[in-house]
Design a binder for this molecule. Structure first.
Ligand SMILES: Cc1cc2nc3c(=O)[nH]c(=O)nc-3n(C[C@H](O)[C@H](O)[C@H](O)COP(=O)(O)OP(=O)(O)OC[C@H]3O[C@@H](n4cnc5c(N)ncnc54)[C@H](O)[C@@H]3O)c2cc1C
Length: 561
């Protein structure tokens, strides 16, 4: 069996950027879909960097970007890590531009920047409202140019580790219909978010979070999973994202009385307050009967005019037409919050190192942590590229100093475990998709924008039962070729793991901070809770420990917008 220097699981922005930093080594990129179908492709609004290209941003700076990020995080971000993200931002934009990303431009030829949430300077670079699409195309072209090997339609199910070191991965090659192992001296997970553990999510259907759960089961600590971002504006009925760029371009949020209700919640930044604040405001308007029948508010773009909507927000106009049969130039859009982003993830440092030697993570599946308790819009695309590169470079240094071979017996044993698991499914009785849907309901109904002890305990009890049921699911067919039902059954216990970690973390954290809002503990408690939650596998579900936040740059202060 060939041994790879690096196996990268994930063909989104983070995985591809890391691959480019590792060119010259024996690198394999594995992805469950064609790389260009990774969720990164769906990113709309833009990517942040203090380029100072707009007249209103003349006094913007890396320092200010860093401060906005830390304040936006409700002071849970590690401050040196956030500073690294923001320092690396300008060169990252120019690198992508030189590789060919068609950023939207000003008349003077400079890259245009739009206002986004959590800051009062326009700092978000964009390519109309299809930024992720263009960035991913750009990186994929570079990956092809450098002949980096990509295995697509390959679902990874196990991370092989023994003696505190990584040895490879095992999964299913969907097209060949076989179980395949990859022996590797180092492994990088860039597997994206877990949005689909919730019922209402903007995420692609492939975003099951299995990468995070595979790492957890292999003994890697998971950080801050209770911090789940709910995006304020998803299309009523489908939860398709309506980018923050729509508010950045000047869109207004209105309740059923026609009031711009954000004046009650964030009088200064209004619609451009950070996402946690806007999502809570909308949820409050709806629950206090100031929303529209059915449970939504309106995002009004009409005053922007036909030309601006079609130039800056063409994708949003099309989404409104295709999925709500609305002309956004004529009618306000019905919107409500939906799960959008995973602030927490695999516990790593700024170079992607995890607790297991040779195992690294970057992108949305990782938690560095730069977003803390709430991510600012436009900082996640940035994170994938900055930490994709830094992690790739760190892996290259790691490999230069690592001479050991891989443990083939450990790989064979992981493969045997998957075969056993599939055999076991042939003898089950319960329906996997049904249990998965119940898990989504439990999480969405009890661990959403607002939480309290009673709902969290009820969710935990339900999830324990569902974890038990998940061991008894059956598959109608055990063929390995493109068998979606089998993959659902194999991933179900992993999704429940993540749901349990989110729920336990939320139950443990008796305060409100960023996206985590406890109606029974409504204040932020800096005395006790300037801490990251670290989850590992315990005897009876996740076991939690806490670690201090790095506060070396700024003193925490009250978050007023
Ligand atoms: C609709 C939407 C719009 C967004 N807009 C913005 C925006 O404007 N600005 C911004 O900053 N952020 C935005 N975000 C967030 C941002 O796009 C993501 O956080 C980021 O693109 C994630 O990139 P990634 O490379 O970490 O993961 P992804 O792009 O999600 O890629 C994950 C990869 O891992 C692979 N994979 C996963 N599990 C497995 C497995 N078990 N086996 C094999 N392969 C696997 C997948 O096939 C995929 O290739 C948006 C997110 C969404 C959902």
């Amino acid at each position: 069996m060939a041994t790879w220097d690096v196996v990268i699981v994930g063909g989104g922005l983070a995985g591809l950027r890391a691959a480019l930093a590792l060119r010259g080594l024996r690198v394999a990129v594995l992805s469950r879909v064609h790389p260009l179908r990774s969720h990164s492709v769906a990113a709309q609004g833009g990517i942040n960097a203090a380029l100072k290209n707009m007249p209103q941003a003349a006094d913007d700076s890396v320092e200010r970007h860093t401060y906005d990020t830390i304040k936006g995080s409700d002071f849970l971000a590690d401050q040196i890590a956030a500073a690294t993200l923001c320092e690396q931002a300008p060169r990252t934009i120019y690198e992508m531009e030189h590789w060919g990303t068609p950023f939207s431009r000003l008349d003077n030829g400079r890259i245009a920047q739009r206002p986004f949430g959590g800051t009062d300077v326009p700092r978000t670079c964009y390519a109309a409202d299809r930024t992720g699409h263009h960035l991913l195309q750009t990186l994929y072209a570079q990956v092809r140019k450098h002949n980096i090997t990509v295995f697509e339609e390959f679902v990874v199910l196990r991370l092989v580790q023994a003696d505190g070191r990584v040895h490879g991965v095992v999964g299913i090659d969907l097209a060949a219909g076989s179980i395949v192992e990859f022996a590797a001296r180092s492994v990088l997970f860039a597997t994206g978010g877990y949005g689909r553990v919730f019922r209402n999510s903007t995420n692609a259907l492939i975003n099951t979070g299995s990468g995070i759960a595979i790492a957890y089961r292999a003994g890697v600590p998971i950080k801050d999973l209770e911090f789940v971002q709910f995006h304020p504006t998803t299309l009523f009925g489908t939860n398709i994202l309506i980018t923050e760029g729509a508010r950045g371009e000047g869109g207004h949020l209105k309740n059923a009385a026609g009031d711009r209700f954000m004046s009650e919640y964030a009088p200064k930044l209004m619609e451009l307050a950070p996402r946690d604040i806007v999502a809570r405001a909308i949820t409050t308007e709806i629950s206090e009967a100031r929303g529209f029948q059915g449970g939504y508010v309106q995002l009004d773009l009409r005053h922007l005019g036909h030309d601006r909507i079609h130039e800056r927000l063409p994708g949003i106009w099309e989404i409104a037409r295709d999925f709500a049969r609305i002309d956004a130039c004529e009618t306000a859009l019905p919107v409500l919050p939906g799960q959008h982003y995973s602030m927490g993830g695999i516990d790593v440092d700024v170079e992607g190192h995890s607790a297991i030697s040779g195992f690294f993570a970057c992108g949305e599946c990782a938690c560095v942590s730069v977003h803390g308790a709430n991510r600012l819009g436009g900082n996640s695309l940035l994170e994938t590229l900055v930490f994709g590169r830094l992690t790739g470079e760190a892996m290259s240094r790691f490999l230069a100093g690592c001479g050991q071979g891989v443990d083939h017996a450990a790989i064979a044993s992981a493969k045997a475990q998957i075969i056993d698991q599939i055999d076991h499914l042939a003898r089950g009785t319960l329906n996997a998709a049904g249990i998965r849907d119940r898990m989504r309901d439990v999480l969405s109904d009890n661990v959403g924008v607002f939480r309290d002890q009673e709902s969290l305990i009820s969710a935990r009890d339900h999830l324990r039962q569902l974890a038990y049921d998940a061991l008894r699911v059956k598959t109608d067919s055990s063929t390995l070729r493109f068998n979606g039902g089998l993959i659902t059954a194999l991933e179900l216990p992993m999704m429940i793991d993540l749901a349990m970690i989110i729920c336990e973390g939320a139950l443990g954290r008796t305060e409100s901070r960023g996206s985590h809002f406890r109606t029974d503990h409504i204040s932020r408690n800096d005395k006790t809770w300037l801490k990251h939650t670290i989850a590992t596998v315990g005897a009876d579900g996740p076991q939690l420990q806490y670690r201090d936040v790095d506060l070396s740059k700024y003193e925490p202060e009250e978050r007023i917008y």
